[in-house]
Write a protein that binds this ligand. Sequence first.
Ligand SMILES: Cc1ncc(COP(=O)(O)O)c(C=O)c1O
Length: 421
Amino acid sequence: MKNAELNQRRQDATPRGIGVMCGFYAERAENATLWDVEGNEVIDFASGIAVLNTGHRHPKVIAAIERQLKAFTHTAYQIVPYESYVSLAERINQRAPIEGPCKTALFTTGAEAVENAVKIARAYTGRPGLITFGGGFHGRTYMTMALTGKVAPYKLGFGPFPGSVFHGQYPNALYGVTTEDAMNSLERIFKADIDPKQVAAIVLEPVQGEGGFNIAPADFMQALRELCDQHGILLIADEVQTGFARTGKLFAMEHYAVKPDLITMAKSLAGGMPLSAVAGRAEVMDAPAPGGLGGTYAGNPLAVAAALAVLDVIDEEQLCQRSQRLGQHLVEVLQQARKTSPAIADIRAQGSMVAVEFKDPATGKPSAEITRQVQQKALEEGLLLLSCGVNGNVIRFLYPLTIPEEQFTQALGILSRALAQ
Ligand SMILES: Cc1ncc(COP(=O)(O)O)c(C=O)c1O
């Protein structure tokens, strides 16, 4: 089966709305390497959009899934519960940066986790309002589309969206948006749109993922916590993309002095199996009445087995430390490239959540075109890179944190050549 033939079949069989980035089709994958149906090999710096911090098919994760496969694959936890769900909740409760007693509920996708965090926050506060940020991404369901702070392509043609959602400004040093500006934008919302006493939650990504790997400054997070405490608003950290060692800590919120009330997580939680979670202050998590939360597949046993193994692997292989080290190395390579490349506008990093932003050297404007060229050049040499950013002018690096040293060095060589172009 050839890629060209599969592309034709794909176009005939599936809608264009499911945009596909690559023209080649996966056949197998191992750690940071992916092979296509024609036998071509690529180094995977996309990790299925931040899902494979522990790599493709980590042997321990696969072994855990296989063991579970032989026991049972589904009972619906709400009908017949199983110990592994409780174990995983306990382990997340021990590790999540939440003040006081913590409880965890499992779901399937990132968007579903965010939806449920909103349900829990509304049930606890009895308030409707939600504040999120421009450039944020929270998913593709109706509430999460409403929360998302980017219209094209995520919201185009899909309205109307659920109401009582307002967008503030997310700080962005490169574009001159300070913490003060961002906090002022929230004050404007309280003046123009909604009484703060009607706001259930402020939802934010500690590092915006799709939005361009913008890192929330420490004073911003602190100010948000104070604002929330002042008005009885809950702070929800969407860690779907930042979680599980990507930023050099298990959760990105561990970089801050303040804690959120709820945390959503998914992606790298289960090493390639669909699983998500909401962890939060026990009192808040217990607000919805019995039966109010759940889902047929929520906390699927195979995915839960994978997640328990992922947590072991992160500890055993010290992936938080490795995330820091690999990220530093990558940043050095990017800084070196910046000396000769006027197109590099910014380099941002928290652990291995690293991004490089491009501008047109002639105009100083964001350049999606240069970003595409770098991506294309890297792919020609076998390195798969993802872009992001509200202007599509950022390359984000999402390699498995388990990538062999030699392969990482090889990938950085390809990247340097692509940037030198
Ligand atoms: C921060 C964040 N929240 C939510 C989501 C939605 O997750 P899912 O695609 O699993 O529904 C994503 C996906 O990219 C994300 O990055």
